[in-house]
Design a protein around this ligand. Sequence first.
Ligand SMILES: [Zn+2]
Length: 272
Amino acid sequence: MKIYICADIEGTAGVVSPQQCAAGNSEYERARLLMTEEVNAAIAGAADAGADDIVVNDAHGSMINLLPEHLDPRARVIQGKPKPFNMFAGLSDGTDAILCTGFHAPAGDFGVLAHTTSSMAFRAVELDGARMSEAALYGAYAGERGIPVAMISGDDICAARCAEWFPHAERVTTKYALGNRTAESLHPVVARALIRAATAQAVKRARDIPPLRLETPQDLVLDMTSAALADLVATIPVAERLAPTRVRLPVTSAADAVRWVNVAAAMAASLH
Ligand SMILES: [Zn+2]
């Protein structure tokens, strides 16, 4: 079986602060090891259930967070950026299931370090009126390719939101949000055991988990964190300015929504 693991960091047990998610300090160095070990738990769970082709995509920030020498050797790892389809880069046809570790709630929501792609850029990302998390956005892209998201781990708000988008997927709660930068976390060892067990279940059940399908996506609305950022995104030829901070981009697929979100996030970074 062919398994794809998307690894983010904010939803990892023991991670609560922006400092832990940004390179250049000792807290980050510890957090990236915690992240790597949660990915190892998912690799082990997938292998327990018979997966023999496992690819991990490093999907946070610089996308060079995972420590390759500490990763379970049964997996290959994608690192670096920019890369097409970003968090789901390198997703190949014939993949049986996607596993998401270290995930978090969407921009504008409760939950530890809640954001969608860029907390600097987006107050909210909406597709046809629905607030989009990274899991929902990328899960819909994978769904267009017929590939299901089968396991998601992150805080309790992430789990609650993902219950709506992925009702058949296994969901692991690694910590309970007390605020945006505060949580009551499971011990990392306990969280890893839960991830391993849930992943094994997810991989066993993969063929019975339906891909997320959106009905003809049309309206991507980006609510930017400032009017200046909306000025910038509104320079995209197809963009329509809806309000001081809101810009609409017409799309015909979740794949295009993923691409526009990443284009807008990259543009926003240039203004800071
Ligand atoms: Zn992240």
